[in-house]
Write a protein that binds this ligand. Structure first.
Ligand SMILES: *Cc1c(COP(=O)(O)O)cnc(C)c1O
Length: 598
C-alpha cells in the first residue's frame, strides 16, 4: 500500500463533529470494511476532507480484516484472513485509555489514519486497538475481526468502539459538539458521554444520571440507521449486557429504555440518545419511521465520493472540462457541455480496462462491442442474485436476438451465511448451463473496492434486483451512474429517486411473484435496452444524463452538506410547522371573511 502522509495531527480541540463507524473503507489496501456501510463511511470522510469539514472519526483497527473470498469451480466459497500491521504504516496516537469491561481493565490504544482532501485538509481517523502488552490474551484479539465471532465478541467490540472511542477522543483533547453514530454499532458512545459528564464533574456512577444528563447527551448525538431488515439490528441478551458492561452501565441502559422485547437493542439505545435520526434514502426514512413510531425519523439519501469512483479517464476529462468539480460536485451538471460522443469514448476506455481484468483473472475474452451487464453486491438473500436466471430459456433467446450478451457477477457471502453461499453456487450452476456463443456469464472472485471500481466503470448496465423494501439505499448504482452507466433495477432504495425511465435507466416493475418481476426485467432488456444499445448515439445521451442528473446529486459532497445543514448544525426552529399552523388559525381580524380564491 502507499505510505500515508505522515503529518502532525490537526488541532483536535477545533474538531466539532465526531463520526463513529464500526467499519470504514480507508484505502483499497486496508481490510477495514466489509461492504456498503464501510464504503459509505469512507466516502463521507473523503468528502469531509475535500470540503474542509471540522470532523474526526473513530473505528476499530481490524488487524485480521474482513476476509478474502475464494471460489472453487462449483462456486463453493472459502475464506482467508487479511492480516495487516498498523505499526508498519500508521502513526500511533501516543495515548491510551482504560475501559473496564467483563470485570477487568482493557487498555485501548489507537492508530491514526489521515484522510487527506483535495486541498490538503485532514480528517484524522482513530483506529482503536486492544492488542497491547498488559491486556488479557483474549482481550488482545478483540479488535482483530470485522463482524467475526459470536454476539459476546460483538458486544465487546461495540463497547470498545463506543466507550473507548469517546474516552480516547477526550484524552486527546477533542470535545466534539456532535457525535454521529453511523449505524447502531456505535450507540454505546452515549454511555461514554454520560461517563465523561458525570466523571468529569464529580466522579459519580452513571446510574445516578438524571433526565437532564440524559438530555445533555441526547443534544450532542445524531444517529443514522441503515437497514429495514429487523435481523440487521444488533441485539444482545440482558445477561450478556450486564456481564460485559457491568451493573452500573447496564442498569442505566435498562432505565433509558434501550431494551426491546427483553433484549438489549443497539438501535433503541441510539434512538434514545439522539436528537436527530435518519434513514439513508427517502423511502428508507419512511420505512424506518414505521419501525420506530415513537421517534421522528428523517431521511438523508446516501451518495458516493465522486473522485474515488470515477474512472481515471473520466477524472482527466472533467479536470480538463469542468474545473472545480473535485471540491464542488454540483459542477458535474455541466457535463451537458461535453459532447455525448466524448462521454461514450471515455466510458469505452473503462470498458476495455474491465475486460483486461476479466482476461487476466479468468483467461476469458469479452467483446467490447457487446452489451455487458454487471451485478455485484454482498450476497444476501433479499438481493436475489439469481432473479436474472428465473427463465433461462428466455434469457438465452434475448441474448441470441441481440447478437450477444455478457454478464459479470461478483459478491461475498458472510462466512456464516449458508443461504448466501448457496446462492453463489446457484449462479455458478446457472452460468455453467447457460454459457454459449451468445451468452457469456462470469462470476469474479473477491468483490472489493478495486473490483467495485472496475465493474462500475466498465459495464454498460448495472443490474439490481432487491426485494422491496429491503434495500435501504444501495450505492453501487450511484458509482455506475457517475461513470455514465444506467441502472436496470427494482424501484427500491435510492433508485426511486434516481430512475427517470429511458433517461437514466429503467425500473423493474413491482409484482407479487418473482416470476413476474423477472418477466419485467426480461421485457425491459428486450424491448427498451437492446434497441437503445443498437442506436449508439441515443445510448451516449443516456450516458450523459446519468452523470449530469444522478452523478450531480448522488454524491457524498451533497450528502454531507445535508448532514451539516439538517443534522449537525440545524437552523433554529424555523421548520416547526405546528407553530405556523397555530399562527394561521388565529386570524387577527375575525370579521374579515375568507378571501376569494384568485
Ligand atoms: C459500493 C460497494 C458496496 C455497496 O454497494 P450496494 O449497491 O449497496 O450493494 C459493497 N461492496 C463494495 C466493495 C462496494 O464498492
Amino acid at each position: 500500500m502507499s505510505q500515508p502522509v505522515q503529518t502532525a495531527s490537526p488541532d483536535l480541540s477545533q474538531r466539532s463533529i465526531a463520526y463513529f463507524s464500526m467499519e470504514i473503507a480507508l484505502s483499497p489496501a486496508l481490510p477495514t470494511y466489509s461492504g456498503g456501510l464501510g464504503v459509505l463511511a469512507g466516502d463521507t470522510l473523503r468528502s469531509a476532507a475535500d470540503t474542509a469539514a471540522p470532523m474526526v472519526a473513530v473505528s476499530l483497527v481490524h488487524r485480521r480484516g474482513y476476509f478474502r473470498q475464494h471460489l472453487d469451480a462449483a462456486g463453493q466459497q472459502t475464506e482467508t484472513d487479511v492480516p495487516w500491521s498498523p505499526e508498519e504504516t500508521l502513526p500511533g496516537a501516543n495515548q491510551t485509555v482504560i475501559i473496564h469491561m467483563n470485570g477487568r481493565d482493557v487498555i485501548v490504544r489507537a492508530w491514526r489514519f489521515d484522510v487527506v482532501g483535495v486541498t490538503g485538509h485532514i480528517i484524522p481517523v482513530f483506529l482503536l486497538d486492544t492488542d497491547v502488552d498488559g491486556n488479557d490474551s483474549w482481550d488482545r484479539h478483540l479488535t482483530d475481526y470485522l463482524y467475526g465471532g459470536d454476539t459476546f465478541y460483538r458486544l465487546c467490540q461495540e463497547t470498545i468502539l463506543g466507550l473507548g472511542g469517546i474516552h480516547l477522543l477526550h484524552a486527546l483533547g477533542c470535545r466534539p459538539d456532535v457525535h454521529h453514530m453511523n449505524e447502531g454499532h456505535a450507540a454505546l458512545l452515549s454511555i461514554g458521554l454520560l461517563e465523561e459528564r458525570l466523571g468529569n464533574l464529580n466522579g459519580r456512577p452513571v446510574s445516578t444520571a438524571s433526565d437532564a444528563d440524559f438530555d445533555f447527551v441526547r443534544q450532542q448525538s445524531v444517529f443514522t440507521t441503515h437497514t429495514p431488515v429487523p435481523a440487521g439490528h444488533d441485539q444482545f441478551g440482558r445477561d450478556q449486557m450486564y456481564q460485559v458492561l457491568g451493573h452500573d452501565r447496564a442498569s442505566t441502559i435498562e432505565r433509558s429504555g434501550a431494551l426491546h422485547n427483553g433484549l438489549f437493542n443497539m438501535t433503541y439505545l441510539a434512538l434514545r440518545f439522539s436528537r436527530f435520526v435518519n434513514g439513508v434514502a427517502m423511502q428508507h426514512g419512511k420505512v424506518s419511521q414505521h419501525m420506530f413510531p415513537g421517534y421522528a425519523v428523517h431521511s438523508i439519501t446516501n451518495g458516493v465520493h465522486a473522485a474515488t469512483w470515477l474512472s481515471t479517464p473520466f477524472q482527466a476529462l472533467f479536470d480538463h472540462e469542468i474545473p472545480s468539480w473535485r471540491t464542488d460536485n454540483q459542477y458535474l451538471r455541466s457535463v451537458y457541455g461535453i459532447t455525448p460522443q466524448q462521454i461514450q469514448e471515455t466510458h469505452r476506455i473503462g470498458k476495455q480496462a474491465l475486460f483486461d481484468v476479466v482476461q487476466q483473472r479468468t483467461g476469458q475474452q469479452f467483446d467490447p462491442n457487446i452489451l455487458t451487464l454487471g451485478f455485484a453486491r454482498r450476497v444476501a438473500t433479499y438481493k436475489r442474485a439469481t432473479l436474472l436466471f428465473s427463465d433461462p430459456a428466455r434469457l438465452t433467446a434475448i441474448a441470441e436476438k441481440m447478437g450477444g450478451l455478457q454478464i459479470l457477477f461478483a459478491g461475498k457471502a458472510h462466512p456464516a451465511d449458508q443461504g448466501g453461499k448457496a446462492l453463489i453456487r446457484e449462479v455458478f450452476e446457472a452460468a455453467a448451463h447457460l454459457n454459449s456463443s451468445a451468452l457469456k456469464i462470469i462470476y469474479l472472485e473477491n468483490y472489493d473496492w478495486a473490483l467495485g471500481q472496475q465493474l462500475t466503470q466498465g459495464v454498460d448496465v448495472w443490474i439490481n434486483t432487491p426485494q422491496r423494501p429491503y434495500e435501504a439505499s444501495g450505492t453501487s448504482g450511484m458509482k455506475a451512474a457517475l461513470n455514465g452507466v444506467p441502472s436496470l433495477s427494482t424501484l427500491d432504495g435510492w433508485w426511486i429517486e434516481g430512475c427517470a425511465e429511458n433517461v437514466t435507466g429503467w425500473a423493474i416493475d413491482d409484482h407479487e411473484t418473482i416470476a413476474e418481476e423477472a418477466a419485467s426485467l426480461y421485457s425491459k432488456l428486450e424491448s427498451a435496452i437492446a434497441p437503445l444499445y443498437k442506436d449508439q448515439t441515443a445510448w451516449a445521451r443516456v450516458q450523459q444524463h446519468c452523470i449530469a442528473m444522478n452523478g450531480t446529486f448522488f454524491n457524498t459532497h451533497r450528502m454531507l452538506a445535508q448532514y451539516i445543514g439538517n443534522a449537525y448544525l440545524p437552523p433554529a426552529e424555523v421548520g416547526d410547522l405546528s407553530q405556523l399552523e397555530e399562527f394561521t388559525q388565529q386570524p387577527t381580524n375575525p370579521t374579515v371573511s375568507e378571501p376569494a380564491m384568485a
